[in-house]
Design a protein around this ligand. Structure first.
Ligand code: UPG
Length: 487
């Protein structure tokens, strides 16, 4: 691939949430390596730009940052609410609507970028910021969505959003008109999108209605996935959108180096814990950067982990309804739980940010109990680690469904299907013990899951950017052609 002239400008606009920002950062890195002379700018609100700047100082120095003015209080949001990570689920519609007001400032920025005349400006945004299409069209720019979720999950979510409000049948089944083969259960969709309507649901419906219509006006969909890993989901999206649907993945963060005495100490403790256990014997538990399980489920999970006696590393966060970046209160875990598992060297509780990729890369990690956020899915699959799926919201249900039904690499926790605000979720100690034992003990199912995870790992390795004939390279070429960038 030859270098482009600096007359190419790519403007990347991620949705403000950790998983989305991280995926866009990886994408920026890939773009820069493929076309070093393209000017890449990441655009976001002040706090997110500050966090991207910190990431920049850790090695991403290949792009510029641009800050759009955003004051949460102007939209009735508490100070600091600039990232979906800190926004409680019942305020999510407020957050989504607030971001729509960034449009005039973004328009000014794109107008400035195109002012030079002979510059090709291309806008790549998150689908949650679909209004960027309007700006791109107004300013004569190419536009693509970069979807940091998987293809199957995106197709299902898109279908659900296209038919709001959702009316399950008497058995709780939801049929997707575009995809008659896919059946979703009522407990696998957010209550925000279910019939009967309420004032909040009307707002969510109106927001998604706007996104859906704009979604068809883009030039391409870039998906952080791999053709051979998600043929069904990609085919579904291509059928629906009739646009280039380009699997650009797997974009997965590298296992990062530690940068402070504090993180060095944590990393050291994790490594020595993992080193002290046999290969594939440790269960890693994490529910991502935005979600947490309910308080009663935390207690059941802790009791189950202790009962199995299987070694585990748990990136533990306060339960749903609390600040998930806050301290763990003793009442959320069984009495003396952490002290006991630490003393017996059976468990390691990680408070704060866990070095997830490093843990998944360690040979002692045997399975991942995960909410099935797409980044976690890709990180697990690129390291050949099978998943115990405990989805909590949105695409996570469909990611788990795809991994389970298409690949047999994920065992879903029975009963963990309800969304965050449904009281009818039943996940108890016995259920959790059974599923952990199935995956962590030498069962036929566990062996099969490991073998399938290894097969997916190979697919991911073959696809990765850089290798000769890699499908990620082909995808990039297709992207450059569609966006009319010089490759
Ligand atoms: O202690 C932690 C917690 C998280 N992570 C990282 O944070 C990311 C989490 O991403 P993901 O697994 O996708 O979960 P969420 O943060 O919940 O991601 C949101 O965004 C995803 C798409 O980008 C969607 O698939 C999810 O449903 C949505 O919740 C991953 O890279 C993890 O490695 C850590 O490194 N340490």
């Amino acid at each position: 691939m030859t270098a482009a002239t600096s007359k190419n400008v790519v403007v990347l606009f991620p949705f403000p949430g950790h998983g989305h920002l991280a995926a866009f950062l990886s994408f920026a890195g890939v773009l820069h390596r493929a076309l070093p002379d393209v000017a890449i700018t990441l655009v976001s609100t002040p706090r997110n730009v500050a966090s991207l700047r910190r990431a920049t100082s850790a090695g991403h120095d290949s792009f510029l940052l641009h800050e759009l003015p955003f004051v949460p209080a102007d939209h009735g949001l508490p100070a600091g609410w600039e990232s979906s990570d800190g926004v409680p689920h019942n305020r999510f519609p407020d957050f989504l609507e607030a971001l729509e007001v960034l449009q005039p400032a973004f328009d000014d920025f794109v107008a400035g970028a195109t002012a030079a005349g002979d510059v090709a400006v291309c806008v790549v945004s998150d689908p949650f910021l679909a209004w960027t299409v309007t700006v791109a069209r107004r300013r004569g720019c190419a536009h693509a969505f970069f979807v940091s979720c998987g293809a199957f999950g995106s197709a299902v979510v898109h279908s659900l959003w296209s038919h709001l409000p959702i009316r399950p049948d008497e058995a709780g089944r939801i049929l997707l008109p575009e995809y008659p083969d896919v059946v979703i259960h009522r407990s696998q969709v957010s209550s925000n999108v279910l019939h009967p309507p309420t004032a909040v649901k009307h707002r969510v419906e109106a927001f998604f209605g706007r996104q859906i219509q704009l979604g068809y006006k883009t030039d391409a969909l870039l998906i952080n996935t791999v053709e051979e890993f998600e043929p069904t989901g990609l085919a579904m999206l291509r059928r629906t959108f009739r646009l280039p649907v380009i699997p650009i993945g797997p974009l997965v963060r590298a296992s990062t180096k530690t940068t402070s005495p504090e993180t060095d100490a944590t990393a050291g403790a994790i490594t020595s814990f993992l080193d002290s256990h046999p290969p594939s014997s440790v269960l890693y538990v994490s529910f991502g950067s935005q979600f947490s399980i309910q308080a009663e489920h935390m207690a059941e999970l802790a009791a189950a982990l202790e009962a199995t006696g299987r070694p585990f590393v748990w990136a533990v966060k306060p339960p749903d309804g609390h600040n998930i970046n806050g301290e763990i209160q003793p009442k959320w875990l069984p009495d003396g739980f952490e002290e006991r598992v630490t003393a017996t060297k059976k468990g390691l509780l990680l408070h704060g940010w866990a070095p997830q990729v490093g843990i998944l890369a360690h040979h002692s990690t045997g399975a991942f109990l995960s909410h099935c956020g797409w980044n976690s899915v890709l990180e697990s699959m690129t390291h050949g680690v099978p998943i115990i799926g405990w989805p909590l919201a949105g695409d996570q249900y469909y990611n788990a469904k795809m991994l389970d039904e298409e690949w047999g690499v994920c065992l879903r926790v029975e009963g963990a299907r309800g969304d965050m605000d449904m009281s009818a979720i039943i996940v108890d100690k016995a259920t959790l013990v059974a599923v952990v034992e199935t995956v962590m003990s030498p069962t036929a199912k566990a062996a099969e899951m490991r073998q399938r995870a290894r097969a997916i790992k190979e697919i991911m390795e073959a696809a990765r950017e850089g290798g000769h004939g890699s499908s990620a390279n082909q995808a990039l070429e297709e992207f450059f052609k569609t966006m009319k960038l010089n490759g």
